[in-house]
Write a new protein. Structure first.
Length: 494
């Protein structure tokens, strides 16, 4: 009998795919090995858990043909924390393969709404998934519960409404009502119906999850962003206090405004920017850009205004809206001082949805209030505003204004982000937003504050010369290509 090479065989296969003699010879030849009852692999010598991870659903399909993926597994679409995969099948016995355990149970037969998933597996319909997750269940000694807890179910429905809207959840509720009697899950439907009604504020309910309670109160929030804010808070609490004294200086404020607009693509030569800010010389071909830099300077140069920081959430929203209104006062098409009504995006970053913006700001503000040090509060405040992006335009600039207000309030050194440092700054924001790494942002702003404090701002020409010598005005991409970095002046404060 010819011996197959590993390349001729699937990574995993069942005993029914080849006759017994062939499998026997393949095993004798060391071409395949048995990894579970009636299950084999051709990946000899490779870590079993890696094989299982690549072939998870194929393995389920081989061992439990025509099973329905349901309950927690239909929502998580991966093994639970203990490795469990939950399915509905006529087979009773569970199977362990590597670090996963497939846990079948008998249940209602497949319905027309249950869709083909892969090979001979099926996926429960969205309505069925929720109803079955609402069934009473308890975790055993070695497994998580099959269905979602009350809190998890509320969080799932809250995310569903946030992602797809009220009309979609009402349609789903109608589908659940229709199939509940056929699945004998009428009591589960009543439970889910109460949760949805409470979330949509059409009926009271005893909700448990923070996100569901917030939506019911009219302040739904982006749970993923709150997790990121908590990570940033945790790292900020770990760092040693950073205190660098700073005084108000109009030359510093000029460059703060200049660089903050340059980051957003509003580029002027230094002399042009000075004429715009100090002499109100507005270029006829770029009036909007000129007014942007004027608006930034108007806020940043008002030291009494910049010393205001919020004590309550209402204070926070008032400051945010008032400063944005000033910043964008010449941009009526951008709705100055008015929160966004459309989603906004920068590159691959999709910011918080409009309907979740206020609730996310509110939750973030509660975390911000727990911070004591001005630098930590400044970092957190800037990221909070940047990550939510609550306005149609001007979010980056208003975020940096809110950051420096925290520092001005404590008479600490403000922060500028020179042109050459733009890539570092944006990359640090993305590292936290996309990958949940807070330290790059903290380090980036710490260095920027140290740099800002090392420049003598009292004389404009001296400050300009220092900025030039330390590469502050260089294009970041050109600088990267040539290995040029922002360097600290010899006079360092802090």
């Amino acid at each position: 009998m010819p011996i197959f090479s590993q390349h001729d065989l699937p990574e995993v296969f069942g005993s029914g795919e080849f006759n017994k003699d062939k499998i026997y010879y393949l095993q004798r030849a060391g071409t395949v090995k048995r990894i579970a009852s009636s299950l084999y692999t051709s990946c000899i010598g490779e870590d079993l858990n890696k094989i299982v991870a690549r072939n998870l659903w194929r393995i389920v399909a081989i061992l439990y043909p025509k099973a329905i993926v349901s309950e927690r597994s239909a929502i998580e679409m991966k093994p639970s924390k203990d490795g469990s995969i939950f399915i509905i099948s006529d087979k009773k016995r569970y199977t362990s393969v590597g670090n996963i355990v497939i846990r079948p149970k008998k249940g209602a037969r497949r319905r027309p709404e249950d869709a083909p998933f892969m090979e001979n597996l099926f996926m429960a319909s969205p309505a069925r998934i929720i109803l079955e997750n609402a069934m009473p269940s308890r975790s055993g000694k070695h497994s998580v519960r099959r269905g979602l807890s009350q809190t998890e179910l509320e969080e799932y429905l809250d995310r569903f409404i946030g992602d797809k809207g009220e009309a979609a959840v009402n349609k789903l509720r109608d589908q659940m009502k229709k199939i509940a009697p056929k699945l004998k899950l009428e009591s589960e439907f009543k439970r889910v119906n109460k949760i949805i009604s409470a979330l949509l504020q059409t009926h009271g309910g005893n909700l448990k999850s923070k996100s569901a309670i917030a939506r019911s109160a009219g302040f739904p929030f982006d749970g993923r962003r709150i997790e990121i804010f908590k990570l940033l808070y945790s790292e900020l609490k770990k760092i040693a206090p950073v205190i660098r004294a700073g005084k108000f200086n109009k030359n510093l404020v000029f460059f703060e405004s200049y660089f903050s607009n340059f980051i957003e693509g509003t580029e002027f030569a230094i002399d042009e920017a000075r004429d715009i800010i100090f002499r109100n010389v507005v270029p006829s071909n770029r009036p909007d850009d000129a007014h942007d830099i004027q608006g930034t300077f108007k806020i940043a140069a008002d030291n009494a205004q910049m010393k205001k920081i919020p004590a309550t959430f209402d204070d926070f929203m008032d400051l945010l809206k008032t400063r944005h209104k000033t910043l964008m006062s010449y941009r009526s098409d951008k709705n100055p001082g008015i929160l966004k009504e459309r989603s906004n995006q920068a590159g691959t970053t999709l910011f918080v949805a409009p309907q979740l913006a206020i609730g996310t700001l509110k939750q973030g503000f509660e975390i911000y209030k727990k911070l004591d040090e001005a630098f930590s509060r400044a970092v957190f405040m800037m990221f909070l505003v940047s990550e939510v992006h609550p306005f149609n335009d001007g979010n980056g600039r208003i975020g940096r204004i809110m950051m420096n207000a925290e520092l001005a309030n404590a008479d600490e050194q403000r922060i500028i982000i020179p042109t050459i440092y733009r890539t570092n700054y944006i990359s640090a924001l993305k590292a936290l937003s996309h990958s949940k790494h807070p330290m790059p942002l903290i380090r980036t702003l710490n260095f920027a504050q140290k740099y800002t404090g090392a420049i003598g701002w009292n004389n404009f020409k001296t400050a300009l010369d220092t900025l030039t010598k330390t590469n502050a005005f260089m294009d970041p991409y050109e600088a990267d290509e040539n290995g040029i970095r922002l360097t600290l002046p010899s006079r360092i404060i802090g």
